[in-house]
Write a protein that binds this ligand. Structure first.
Ligand SMILES: [Zn+2]
Ligand SMILES: [Zn+2]
Length: 328
């Protein structure tokens, strides 16, 4: 059996001494960048992400919903409009991160099924704000994460309302309009890889990025639990919509991919298990490896920046590094 990139699967999904659950290993990146190109895996990759109910399609639905019904005009930045957008974003993070947290960690509806790391999140540990990992993660998310995310939305929607953004409409360019959702994920992968490498510079890591890396075990609220000096560059990728033609739906999809998708990808569980069925892919083992080993997988699986720059951990070995990354 082979993974999407054609590597022989060395370990089928299950558990081993390092993980309570791991997916098929070695992990594959997007087969779009595999050479020579293979049509079957590429179609599979797109079908799984875009034609099924997935974290990605949920974000598209939310973006269409918000842009259509919950987005005020912002030609003048009024308190009312800003309040609507702020309440909308607090509601979204509570609904997504809150319900995933209740399901996986608080009520533990599916027990330890598909849980990557058998350990619990920390309570009574001074490393965390309020000595509790979940409170710590909620604090950084709600006090800094949501306001900074909302700030970028205000900048964009004000620029859009006064006609300062180039606009791409479905009616004029239907193919490009649809392709743009995928292009956004490529841009997000590129931007995140380089911002993230910068955040790992020792001087910056110590005071800034270490807030996010307190979480070796991660939960839904860990997603954007970050220092404000990390959140500012993290969300700055959204500014591309001020120069590249796009639509408010694209912008909101991009914002949700940055603000809400991390609640899925950090959930600590590979999938939602409902009625004895794997119902929705949630966790991202690729990024879980980053939280355990630190010096690998800085990007996303959508683009192989880690492979190109020899920082890739495929779940079995750290490619490009002769020494084995150690367990923390
Ligand atoms: Zn993370
Ligand atoms: Zn990091």
């Amino acid at each position: 059996m082979h993974n999407l990139e054609g590597d022989k699967i060395e370990k089928s999904e299950g558990s081993d001494k390092n993980w309570h659950f791991h997916p098929n290993l070695p992990l594959s990146n997007s087969p779009v960048f595999h050479f020579p190109p293979r049509m079957g895996p590429v179609l599979n990759w797109f079908r799984n992400a875009w034609l099924n109910l997935s974290g990605t399609t949920i974000l598209v639905i939310l973006a269409v919903f918000s842009a259509s019904w919950l987005q005020p005009e912002l030609d003048k930045i009024s308190l009312e409009a800003v309040s609507i957008m702020t309440i909308r974003n607090f509601t979204l993070i509570f609904v997504i991160a809150g319900s995933l947290h209740l399901w996986f960690w608080k009520i533990q509806v599916q027990g330890e099924k598909f849980k990557y790391d058998a350990r619990s999140m920390a309570t009574n540990n001074k490393r965390f704000t309020l000595a509790n990992q979940v409170y710590d993660n909620m604090f950084w998310t709600l006090v800094w994460g949501v306001p900074i995310w909302t700030f970028y939305e205000i900048v964009y929607f004000h620029a859009f309302a006064i006609g300062m953004t180039p606009v791409l409409t479905f009616r004029e360019h239907p193919f490009l309009f649809i392709a743009m959702f995928w292009v956004i994920l490529l841009w997000k992968g590129l931007h995140f890889y380089w911002v993230h490498r910068f955040l790992h510079h020792p001087a910056i890591y110590k005071t800034v990025h270490s807030v996010h890396h307190r979480n070796i075990i991660t939960g839904p609220w860990s997603g954007i639990s970050m220092h404000p000096l990390e959140l500012l560059p993290y969300f700055s990728g959204l500014l591309i919509h001020l120069v590249i033609p796009s639509h408010p739906v694209h912008f909101l999809f991009h914002a949700y991919a940055l603000a809400l998708n991390p609640a899925f990808s950090h959930s600590g569980f590979d999938a939602l298990f409902i009625k004895n069925k794997r119902s929705l892919k949630t966790g991202e083992f690729f990024h879980q490896l980053h939280h355990r080993y630190f010096n690998c997988n800085y990007g996303t699986p959508e683009m192989p920046w880690d492979k190109w720059f020899k920082t890739y951990h495929d779940g079995i070995r750290h490619k490009g590094k002769p020494k084995k990354a150690k367990l923390n």
